[in-house]
Design a protein around this ligand. Sequence first.
Ligand code: ATR
Length: 262
Amino acid sequence: MSKQFAVIGNPIEQSRSPELHHAFAAKTGIALNYTKRLAPLDGFAESVEAFFSQGGSGMNVTVPFKEQAFAQCAVLTERAQIAKAVNTLWMQNGQLHGDNTDGQGLVDAILALDWPLKNTDLLIIGAGGATRGVIYPLVKAGVKKIVIANRTLARAEQLVADLKDAVPEAQLQAVGLDQLQGQFDLVINATSASLSGDALALPEQLQFSHAYEMAYGKPSSFLDQAKDRGVPTSEGFGMLVGQAIEAFYIWNGAKPKLKDFI
Ligand code: ATR
């Protein structure tokens, strides 16, 4: 029987992970079956246990369960510990292991666009779980400075306080969204504004050379403003593919090329 994988979330119908993992499997000649699992909001832990006790090899975890997955793991990678969220699960020596591949997925997507990361000044808008998950891999990729701008300044300040010891090689700074100014090589929208259909107004005085929207397949006022300024833009499909490739690599030991799937 081929190895069994699944993505677990609530809702789950929208997930594109099965089609991606089947495409990677076809490309690498690995036999697998990857399905979607809807877990009840109060039944995540039981669903994970049932999947692995039935012989499942690996799971991806999506909204709203990434923090619960983090709490449930016996063994965590360094980047998952820093993210405080897990999107990739597997069993090893009878213990539930967890990693977070979202940040490396973002890094790989940006590099696949041939945008610079080494020694750059970067602006991330938003200070929720999506931002927390990507800071460490971005710094490991050589980013020099990261400004975290958030509507609620205190949340950005808390995130900087939490993360600064984990990434001593980079400069982290918190600002309020309404105080935002300066010049950046790249701005990343990690807010949930596009997902909920809200506008996100960028100040006139803000200057940037590239714009990445973590969401995909949704209208984005952030991307519209960047396009109006004529800078290169991308939405988050590359990041989705990138995080899936990293998970596939953990489970199967083969690494498909991102550029073949975007
Ligand atoms: P996620 O796990 O996706 O990061 P989250 O933890 O709920 O989700 O965080 C959502 C982020 O989007 C927050 O930074 C939020 O700003 P606040 O901390 O001020 O709430 C930000 N956000 C959501 N809608 C926004 C909007 N319309 N304008 C600006 N920021 C918004």
